[in-house]
Structure formats: C-alpha cells, structure tokens
Design a binder for this molecule. Structure first.
Ligand SMILES: Nc1ncnc2c1ncn2[C@@H]1O[C@H](COP(=O)(O)OP(=O)(O)OP(=O)(O)O)[C@@H](O)[C@H]1O
Length: 204
C-alpha cells in the first residue's frame, strides 16, 4: 500500500501549496486525482514517487518510509522529453531500467526499430510511450500517471489504458492525474480532487 499522510508542501518557505494531504493507493487500485491547474497535482505525484520531500507528513510504502532511489513507485509525466537524457539512444534509455518483453512493448505501442534513435528523433506521443515502457519494470508496484495519455490519439490512449488495467489486475496500483473527467470515470475505482490546501473525495 502507498500512503501519503498529512503531507504539507510549498516551494517557498512559509507559503504552502497544500497542507495536510492524505491519500492511500492499494495494490491493484486506480485512484484518480483531479483539480484546477496549479493546485499541485503534479507536485503531489512527484512527492508520492519520492522525487520531492514533503515539508511535513510522510510517504509510506507498506508502512515504511519510501526509500530514495528504489523504483517501486514510478512517476510518468506528460512532458516526457524532460524525463530522458537527450544524448542517449532510446534503447539505452529503456534498458537503464529493464529489458522489456515484446508483449509489453507491443501493448504500449513501442517499436524496437526506434531503439537506435535519439529522443528528438521520435514524436512526442511515441516518446511518451517509451517513457511508460521504461517505468513498467517488474519491480514497479505503483505508477503515478500524470496526464499520461494527454498527448496520444484516442486509439492509442485506449490501448495503453487497457494494458494498464491488465497490469492493475496483476497488482499494479496507479495514481491517475488528469483533467479528463471521462477518462478518470472510465479507468478509476475512486477519485479525489485536490483543491487549494486540501484533498477531498469525489466519489466512492
Ligand atoms: N520548481 C518550482 N518552483 C516554484 N514553483 C513551482 C515549481 N514547480 C511548480 N511550481 C508551482 O507550483 C504550483 C503547482 O504546480 P503543479 O505542476 O503541481 O500543478 P498542477 O495542479 O499539476 O497543474 P496543471 O494541472 O496545470 O498541470 C504551480 O503554481 C507551479 O507554478
């Protein structure tokens, strides 16, 4: 179980972006996170993945503090270009994490023919899929999917979410951050909304 308890965070001292945020994602659960632009959804997602430390509160994985560098919680952002080394070829970028099997690559829509190319030599949507493939190594137990499919065409979006829902049935927990209410309704079992300084349940 991935738990955030009483999390406060602010970029500037004395100016909190949000306060006392608690949320839980169980294995095999997809939780939706929505909220107005700038409320801190991506920031909360990065805290959940251990990329940022909260000012107060805790991030716990199975009741223990999240260990930096351990890949059990992966964060995939809408702007994948910032998440890759531009000097590395795509094959190297993916194999930094693991060697994905053909089933995973096909399901996500990643072609091995791209592996010799650099990040700027594929499209934004293709790069998004490469970053997702990299994030889904067998040791990944929770995925923070931050506007994961916003750059993708509707068919690819459906294919990727079908694959993620299969992985969910195998135990993957997902925090799905999105402005797309229809998508969240379709893929999540529970939704929460981040508004200034707090989080509240939308349903279930
Ligand atoms: N490194 C930073 N330093 C200072 N402020 C930051 C930094 N990163 C983000 N912010 C600010 O923190 C606030 C929350 O940003 P965040 O990206 O988490 O919001 P969001 O809810 O995900 O927004 P959106 O829906 O537009 O993606 C924004 O006002 C943003 O400008």
């Amino acid at each position: 179980m991935l738990e955030l308890t009483g999390v406060d965070f602010g970029f500037a001292k004395g100016n909190l972006l949000f306060q006392g945020v608690s949320l839980t994602i169980r294995e095999g659960e997809i939780v939706g996170l929505s909220g107005k632009s700038g409320t801190g959804k991506s920031t909360l997602g990065r805290i959940a993945a251990g990329h940022l430390n909260p000012v107060a509160g805790q991030v716990l994985l199975d009741g223990k503090a999240l260990t930096p560098g351990y890949g059990a919680v992966q964060y995939v952002h809408q702007s994948s270009i910032f998440a890759v080394n531009p000097r590395w070829r795509l094959g190297q970028i993916i194999s930094e994490a693991w060697q994905p099997d053909d089933v995973t690559l096909d399901a996500i829509g990643v072609s091995r023919t791209w592996f010799d190319r650099y990040p700027h030599e594929i499209s934004g949507g293709e790069l998004q899929r490469v970053v997702l493939a990299r994030a889904l190594s067998p040791q990944t137990r929770f995925l923070v999917a931050d506007e994961l499919s916003a750059m993708l065409d509707p068919i690819t979006q459906v294919e990727i979410w079908s694959f993620l829902m299969k992985r969910r049935r195998l135990g993957l927990g997902i925090l799905a951050i999105s402005h797309d209410a229809a998508l969240l309704k379709r893929v999540t079992s529970r939704q929460i909304e981040l508004s200034m300084r707090r989080v509240q349940a939308v349903d279930g």
